[in-house]
Structures are given as C-alpha cells and as structure tokens.
Design a protein around this ligand. Structure first.
Ligand code: PHE
Length: 349
C-alpha cells in the first residue's frame, strides 16, 4: 500500500521539474510540448492523481487537497511562462517592424459602366420628382403583353422574339410591365422610373439576348405631349450636354397614342454627318441617332389598371441603357459590356 507521503512527495517533485523544464523553453512549440507532458490528459500530474484511489479511505482527502493545490500551482507556473514568452515576442515584433516600408494599396473595385449610366439617368429623374421602382424579370403574358394592349398576333409575341418559359410565363422583353404593376398598386399622381434587365431572342454584333432598359412614366390630371417633350428634352440635355439637339418623330407602340421616337444630334460628328470628310459611322451621315421610344399612355392601358381616362392622362418612355452608354462613352462594340475585361472596366473608375 502506498502512503500519503509518497504521493505528496511525487506531487511536489512535479513543481520543481516543471520549473526546470519551463526555464529552458524558448518557443511556443516547446511550451505546448511541456503542457502536454505535465498537464495533458495522460500527463505526469494525471498519472500521480490516478494513484489516489490506492490510498486508504482516511488518507484520500488530505492527498486530494494537496493534489488540487499542486495542480493550481502547475497551471500558474505555466501561465506565467506563457505571458513572458508573449511579451518577448511583442518586443521582437516591434524591434523588427519597419514603419517606413510603403504600404500595399488595396485593390478597389469600380461600378460597371452600365450601372453608372443607370444611376446617372435615375438620379436625373429623382431630381424631377420621380420614384424608382422595380419588378420581376420572369413575367407573365398579362403584364408583358396583354395589359399593354399588345394584340395576340403582334410580332413581339412570336416565339422568334420572346424567350418563353411556358405558354404564359416568359422573360420580360421590355420594362413596360412596370407601368402596369406600378399603376395597379398606386393611384395618380404617379411618376416613376424602372430600370432593369430585359431579354430578347436576338444575338449578333449589335444585339445581346439580355440588355438593360429604363422605363419612365407619369400620370396626373392634364398631362400633355408638351410635358413629355419638356421632360425628355431636359433629361437628354442633362445626359448629353445642353447643346444637344432633340427631335421627336411619329412612331407606333400599342400602349401609347400618339407615339414617338426621339433622336438626338449625333454625339460623334455633332450632327454634321461627316468627320474630316468621312461618313460618320455612328449616325451613317444622317446627323441624328435614335435614343428612345415614348408616347402618351393609351386609354386602353388606363382601362386595364382602372384609371379614369376622362380624368387622367400620362406619358411613358423606354430607353436602352447600353445604347446610351455606347453613345455617351464612344464605345463601338456592345459586347465590351459583357466580357468583363478588366482593362475595359478600369477606364470607368
Ligand atoms: N417598351 C418599348 C420597347 O421596348 C419602349 C417604350 C416604352 C415605348 C414606353 C413607349 C413607351 O421598345
């Protein structure tokens, strides 16, 4: 049978041995090794403690108490050493830290040119009192066509032009469904712009299956074509400069009556049609470039959203963001916007 004295001696011996080992340790790795050796689950302390049950019942409490004291002491010694190693390391770090080394510049991203143009355009309309609204890219036939007075035989409804998901569900082909969605939710006066992605079955040099549009519309009492012209002219002057000339050409859209297309004087040749005697490739010598479609909202659309056409009138317009970005920044190739070439994108920082 072992005696209490034996155990106590062993326990006290541990203190001396640990002090010695710690005195020699100079790194955190060594320190960890020592911790496992003495304080680990199968370490020296645990070994001594595992012998406690061999003691007589009367001796056990005394030995147990001592064992706890020793355990605390060992932990204390260990923590002290750890702190002093940490202090040493901090001093070393400071001594080797060179504050004169130039810092590393973090890589900062920038907004995509399309995002910038969308923000520029929306901010002009926000200043004119318009709200910004948005809606789903996966639309149903009702919002994309039917409510916009687009008849069943209209070519836009053709499988050739529209990306259908089912018979009645499709990828929106324009942002005009936002006119319907917004008017169904609000009563006049309303004025909103709706930027977003639209999809068409089209892919060549100047068309991509996805591109961006911004829809705008305003409904109130006594809104006239003059309001439409004034608003769009002010907007185009803000985006392309006050010298830009603006003209309205009669056109047709099923959801506006009358309808117009808007041209601005060519940003490339200033409306001359030629640059240094050469044909301007942007306006093909006409001096004008088409920039958006617009018109007075058709009473048939008002009927769909339960607005009284006798009381209210309004205008709407839709524009292609990529087209405006190309003209504004003089970009010749539509695909540039979608290739995500850093050398291209960096120019818009
Ligand atoms: N939605 C039409 C298009 O995509 C543009 C438009 C919008 C025309 C609003 C008139 C009024 O071509």
């Amino acid at each position: 049978m072992i005696s209490v004295q034996d155990i106590i001696q062993d326990l006290e011996g541990l203190i001396q041995e640990l002090e010695q080992s710690l005195g020699q340790a100079s790194s955190f790795q060594e320190l960890e090794k020592i911790r496992v050796e003495y304080l680990g689950r199968k370490g020296r302390l645990a070994q001594v403690m595992s012998r406690l049950p061999e003691l007589s019942k009367e001796d056990r409490p005394q030995a147990g108490k001592k064992a706890n004291e020793i355990k605390n002491k060992l932990h204390e010694l260990f923590e002290e050493k750890k702190e002093s190693l940490e202090e040493q390391k901090n001093r070393l770090d400071l001594a080797t830290f060179d504050p004169t080394i130039p810092g590393r510049n973090p890589d900062v991203g920038s907004l995509h040119p399309i995002t910038r143009v969308i923000e520029d355009i929306c901010s002009v309309f926000i200043q004119l009192g318009f709200d910004v609204v948005s809606g789903p890219e996966v639309e149903n036939d009702f919002y994309n066509f039917e409510a916009l007075n687009i008849p069943p035989e209209h070519p836009a409804r053709d499988m050739q032009d529209t990306l259908y998901i089912t018979d009645k569900i499709l990828l929106r082909t324009h942002t005009s469904p936002l006119q319907i969605r917004t008017m169904l939710k609000r009563k006049p006066p309303v004025a909103a712009v709706a930027p977003g992605k639209v999809y068409r079955r089209d892919s060549d040099l100047t068309h991509t299956p996805m591109f961006h549009q911004i829809e705008g519309f305003l409904v109130d009492t006594q809104v006239s074509m003059a309001d439409l012209r004034g608003t769009l002219t002010a907007f185009l002057h803000r985006i392309f400069g006050p010298k830009t000339r603006v003209r309205f050409r009669p056109s047709f859209f099923p959801f506006t009556e009358p309808s117009a297309e808007v041209d601005i004087s060519c940003v490339m040749c200033g409306g001359e049609g030629k640059i240094d005697g050469q044909t301007c490739r942007v306006c093909k010598e006409t001096g004008w470039v088409e920039i958006l479609g617009c018109g007075m909202i058709d009473p048939a659309v008002f009927a769909m959203v339960d607005y009284d056409p006798e009381k209210y009138s309004g205008f709407a317009f839709g524009l292609g963001v990529e087209r405006i970005a190309m003209l504004k920044y003089g970009i010749g190739d539509l695909r540039m916007f979608f290739e995500n070439d850093i050398r291209f994108l960096q120019q818009f920082v």
